[in-house]
Design a protein around this ligand. Sequence first.
Ligand code: BEZ
Length: 357
Amino acid sequence: MAELQEVQITEEKPLLPGQIPEVAKTHSVETPYGSITFTVYGTPKPKRPAILTYHDVGLNYKSCFQSLFQFGDMQEIIQNFVRVHVDAPGMEEGAPVFPVGYQYPSLDQLADMIPCILQYLNFSSIIGVGVGAGAYILSRYALTHPDTVEGLVLINIDPNAKGWMDWAAHKLTGLTSSIPEMILGHLFSQEELSGNSELIQKYRNIVMRAPNLDNIELYWSSYNNRRDLNLERGGDITFKCPVMLVVGDQAPHEDAVVECNSKLDPTQTSFLKMADSGGQPQLTQPGKLTEAFKYFLQGMGYMASSCMTRLSRSRTASLTSAASIDGNRSRSGTLSQSSESGTLPSGPPGHTMEVSC
Ligand code: BEZ
């Protein structure tokens, strides 16, 4: 049994107008693979899973998820859930640089650290929200601990190990680009990077000037050495919970997510391909993602229509199954996402829908 240690730091969180202050507590626990830090927002809600997030390479929980979780419409969702935001080792704010020769955990080992977090918090189940490497880690965790995962939101998931072609391309890119540039190319499309918007400038700074860049490079290396998840439609290795796959159209991982979708059970999977969202939909399209997340939770029976906005209520009225706010769930696993024009594409229940919005 891992020895658990607690470090409590109370964080300030910018408030939205009219929002009641919510205390965030940062904790660290020891695991067989080293210490892991996570920040808890909100209080546990009876009969409800925690929302547990895992960020991508080059980011931490705040730079990856703050825009989404502090988005106005998101508040009506998250007030019903406790959130656990994990920082990969060495990615937490103020993390010291690991000593030379430090063996950074593999992505599988990072997934194996999650039970220590849940045990420490005494939480029995989660809805995982992961981006890139974080999506892979949560997927691995869901495959090894299916009874504790009620749902997965996987943004930019690439479930495949790098093949030799990918390695050759990676090596060639490495001849002309620095590792931070390669990480930026993993996070954003080339079009976005050359457009150099304010968002890109901000994230270029975050990655290029990170005081823990050496640690980030270790996480990057673990990501590039990931094993194949070996997902197979109809096979033994598959998710046992509803999954929402998200990717931006023309984003760096579009093909990988499309392929992942083809390997999952269509009755349990929703596929959201988002237009105009670039490589990081949770940063650029928090509103659309919030709405999709609401439908996803509603499909799992967690969002009663009474707690949804009038707009969402009218759009979903004909699609959703019975839902209750007190955790009396029906697992339809069906999701629809509204399009920009406000029309709701519908399909037979239990079918994967690919929707551009
Ligand atoms: C949250 O409320 O869960 C949250 C707040 C700030 C950053 C990330 C998440």
